[in-house]
Design a binder for this molecule. Sequence first.
Ligand code: ADP
Ligand code: MG
Length: 729
Amino acid sequence: MVTIRFKALEEVMNRQPKEVLFPEGRVSGYFASNVFGKEAMREYMSEEAYNSVIEAIEKSTNIDRKIADQVAASMKAWASERGATHYTHWFQPLTGETAEKHDAFFEPTESGRAIERFGGGSLVQQEPDASSFPSGGIRNTFEARGYTAWDPSSPAFLMGKTLCIPTIFVSYTGEALDYKTPLLKALHVLDKNATEVCQYFDKNVTKVTTTLGWEQEYFLVDSALYNARPDLALTGRALFGHAPAKGQQLEDHYFGSIPDRVAAFMREYEIEAHMLGIPVKTRHNEVAPNQYECAPIFEECNLAVDHNQLLMELMKKVAKKHNFRILFHEKPFAKVNGSGKHCNWSLSTNTGKNLLAPGKTPKNNLQFLTFFINSIVAFHNNADLLRATIASAGNDHRLGANEAPPAIMSVFIGSQLTAVLDELEKKVKSGKMSPDEKTALKLGIGRIPEILLDNTDRNRTSPFAFTGNKFEFRAVGSSANTAAPMIALNTAMADQLAEFKKQVDALIGKGIDKDEAIFQILRKCIVDSKKIRFEGNGYGEEWVAEAKKRGLSNIKDTPRALEVYIHKESIELFNRMNVFNEREMHARHEIRLEGYTKKIQIESRVMGDLVLNHILPVALKYQSEIVNNIKGLKEVLSASDFNKMSVIQLDMVKKIAEHIEVIKKSVDQMTEERKKANKLSSQKEMALAYRDKVFPFFETIRYHVDKLELIVDDAYWPLPKFRELLFTN
Ligand code: ADP
Ligand code: MG
């Protein structure tokens, strides 16, 4: 009997790296050639239309319908010249994937022929049949309709023969059904509030942009092996599989040489990404075998989010061409590292200054400290909310499970900046400060070096670490849409900056001079947010105890983490900042719970199927073979020899029987629990039941299946083993 596993392995052994055709010339020659960006717009649009789009991008103004017609016509001309036949509104529904519905450019004419047409109306707005996207009940109550609307701040692009137009996706009643709508709102309010705070330091600042640089981790598995693993194909992770003798303990994969087939895959997606204007720059092996990372140069946040979503789609497609499957799941393989998506976050001004980078002068550094300290406060005040934004069934295997970052949210800033904050806390006096005291303070902050040495002593265990000129939110899961944490982080920061300004202005109103007022409020911020700062080892047991003492949350699973979405404080925050209304928050809470439940439900079903159809049959078959062996021995041996020589076999038969018994019983019980959970009426109860009653069976079942894997004849084992999934490419 040749199992599908052996066929797959044979296929893998015969693979060759695919040849990748390079476009002519250097990257600078073809970069963004598939993007309808500023250069293309200038070429294809009238000056009036061009200026109007630029204004819409920079000042979020509306584009009038006549101009929209012009923009549409030029977009179509540009795209058609490049072979496009269709266009689509490209959006990010709450499924976490991207969505598109293609329409052809042509329209039939009265004469029975057709003309190519694409008007402003089709550009600006579309009504996809949206009833099958998650809405958390929003659409059911009123209208079943949803529509997409053009986001001019993210340029249209060409994918194959389709012109893709980035859009928001909202219900007929105006509620957001996607990630982009609230993200744009959050970025807008952050811009407004940050610009106002910048005015204390520099009157030339009229706009503050959020920057995001993500680092995408992923695994690659050969597609033949992937196809032989229904769990990978249906859930994105291996539900079974004994750890291989060699895992990542030799640390020989990280930054190791990239295998040829993988390198070819990387070259191809990079070329495509570059043509789409995605500035991917670094690639390397990650810690686990067959794990890799890619990172671009950071960009404006909305664009960076779009580019991440787009790149994930692109990588899936290109991987298939190279006979790979890409796994974005946070924990595809137990016992080796999982995947995250670090989100490097900062703010920059229209004057070209990074607000989270120290400068050369005390004035610059006071501005830096203002934004730096306010970021810490924003994180401190909203730690549980931020934890909720990154919660998912996949990420539960990382956060608060066997690996890091931990589920406890904390901030790492390094020893140099800790010293600066300690000094501020000590030296700033409430009431009036003497000129000497003020000078001493300014001298102190003038000494913050431009390049912070702590860059090097990176604390890899911190979920939110300052890394010299940006914060790095490390707890984000690899499959996540980065908009979710970015919406919360930017809203939290906007809110905190407004509060900061209010307090500073109040002191100025009392006759305290501006710098002193800023110092005093910063000192208050430092004191109030102290408990969130942690410089030690985030993976240690001591931290769990210490965090508890400090009153920091340690929320271990998704259903419980999501609860914060409907807390009064969260709803008020998003309301105040005009990012979400209460209905939208409740909807998001429901959608996320439902998503969690479905994931666990699918995993549980796949587990049951695999056990019954794959694992138990081969275990029983192998067991019968041993039983036959015993019978044969009995026939040919003397009784005393038989007693001696059948011990091991009898023991194996028993062991297999024991494992089978636990597995079968657990699967039955798990199925019962699933049935009970499915009858619950609220999403919250259901998600909790799946977490607390269904999920715990996974570990038991897996343990015993993995034990069987070690006993049963390798030739029978149907599922590609971890050593094959992780070490062949
Ligand atoms: P690593 O964290 O792997 O050591 P780097 O610190 O060089 O690597 O950068 C990681 C990521 O941070 C990159 O994607 C980079 O574009 C991004 N980054 C750098 N500066 C900023 C910034 N000001 N705002 C947002 N992201 C940034
Ligand atoms: Mg990093």
